[in-house]
Design a protein around this ligand. Sequence first.
Ligand code: FAD
Ligand code: NAD
Length: 466
Amino acid sequence: MIEKFQAVVIGGGPGGYVCAIRLAQLGLKTACIESRGSLGGTCLNVGCIPSKSLLNLSEEFNKVQNLSNKGIEIGEVKLNLPKMMKSKDKAVTILTKGVEFLLKKNKITYFKGVGSLKSKNEISIIDNNKKEVLVKAEKIVIATGSVPISLPGIEFDEKIIVSSTGALKLEAVPKKMLVVGGGYIGLEMGSVWSRLGAEVHVVEFLDHITPGMDKEISNEFMKILIKQGINFHMQHKVESIKKNKSGAVVSTLDKNGNNKDFECDVVLVSVGRKPNTNNLNLEKIGVELDERNRIKTNKNFQTNLENIYAIGDVVNGPMLAHKAEDEGIAVAENITGQSGHVNYNTIPGVIYTKPEVASIGKTEEQLKEENVKYKIGKFSFMANSRAKAIDDAEGFVKILADEKTDKVLGAHLIGPHAGELIAEIGIAMEFGASSEDIARTCHAHPTFSEAVKEAALSVDKRAIHS
Ligand code: FAD
Ligand code: NAD
């Protein structure tokens, strides 16, 4: 007999599992299908969590090497890479098991296998043993995420030519690592391997890193990374990657048409990710895709088939775990007759390098393009007492506010704990706050958050400590 569910979610990543939990909380008999054998999706298995674990561990490694400058003498510091990788893997296992527990706790049926649509209400699940199970669903949510993009004609072997997945589990520190693409993954994973001892070169197609980020922050970020020893080759286009005995040769063309070859032992190709619409049988049942192969949805996350919804990396918008989660909650609420919604203007983006980089809302470039008149408040961590006290004072906070109403339109931070500090601005923006509201809020001393308050004061040219 075919089991029937009120809702079935395909994909157990941050979009899918969160959606399944919310659907169950709202009283629907729910199932979640995941093919990788472990829940948590890209994020927990091969994305956010393992990368943050390695970023933290490599930062600790770097920190202890420099402690003697601060009067703490320790013996020789050595890297034990297999142990470091085990520590990362342990974090992943704990968290993915945790999600499995949450599904159980919420009485969600978890199917391990590849889900595909047989019809608009019927899903086939093929498990590892190629056994097929059929289920029926009144509502279906597709949350199948994304996969790395490679360059034309170049295949990942995950040893020499690696995607982020391979870069998270290298067995030795490369002598020389070439990173194609100066975006989120290239800079986070480039930082990890640079701190562990690799000579890292980033080849970027554009004249700036982290496209879409406020330019002033992006320029400062690049300067800091150069100081840390990362090499950048801007406006270079990768033409080919050829493996040889010792690694690979990456051939590039610069903006003047000059050819430059880079020899390296590992190449990380991090030029973006593409929606994962494989295996779903979408064409056959008539679910429409957009020009970039993402599933087309309306503002309620509904596809052109009214009982089928899609969320997360497989649809339009930033490919971020918290965006997928919020869409998962909103779609569950919409399915059950509530008014779920996501405010796309207040989705923070954080790069977890040292220092961290965080941004929310409009960049200066966007405001100019939209002809919005704005004021800028800026405050450097060099003048923040906490940052100075612990000798971690690189970077600044930048707040953009409407010239007339003073409403906060965006904020861009580079500095210590920027990824945590941005939450305050997110709340302020959700509440429609002005920069004066932030400036008049008492912030504890000595904290990094005082830099946010001072930046807000600086919008009105009245920062105290600069
Ligand atoms: P996914 O997490 O990709 O989950 C989709 C799941 O669906 C997968 O597990 C897949 O196996 C499964 N699936 C696919 N097809 C089927 C099928 N037919 N049947 C059954 N199951 C299927 N984002 C952040 O916000 N912060 C970060 O710090 C961050 N770091 C990252 C670091 C790296 C190295 C990478 C690669 C990504 C990072 N991201 C980060 C992005 C983040 O991982 C994604 O935005 C997020 O995971 C998207 O969630 P999702 O649920 O839409 O898809
Ligand atoms: P990205 O879009 O962040 O950066 C890709 C970079 O590659 C861009 O700078 C682009 O100009 C460059 N590029 C593209 N083609 C190129 C070429 N042929 N030669 C040289 N450079 C080229 O993509 P990503 O770093 O692969 O990350 C994918 C997505 O994963 C991100 O957009 C982000 O949504 C998510 N992610 C988020 C985090 C985080 O939140 N901290 C971390 C990792 C990944």
